[in-house]
Design a binder for this molecule. Structure first.
Ligand code: ZN
Length: 67
């Protein structure tokens, strides 16, 4: 599993944040989401005119804050 270099915490409640994974999840991603290591963001990704993702990258496992 990929290591998160700098441990991030939620700016609202200080809880754990995990990466949000978009797209059709592979079985490995499903297993990770069951363990609370990632959040599934669905397959709809909004992008701006330059093609940059407008979707949040992180979700708090405690209060569901996303950024
Ligand atoms: Zn939080």
């Amino acid at each position: 599993m990929k290591e998160i270099s700098s441990k991030q915490t939620c700016p609202i409640c200080g809880g754990n944040v995990v990466p949000i994974v978009y797209g059709d999840p592979m079985e490995e991603i499903w297993e990770m989401s069951k363990r609370g290591e990632v959040v599934l963001g669905g397959c709809c990704i909004e992008v701006d005119k330059e093609g940059n993702s407008l979707m949040p990258e992180w979700a708090c496992t405690n209060c569901d804050y996303r950024k």
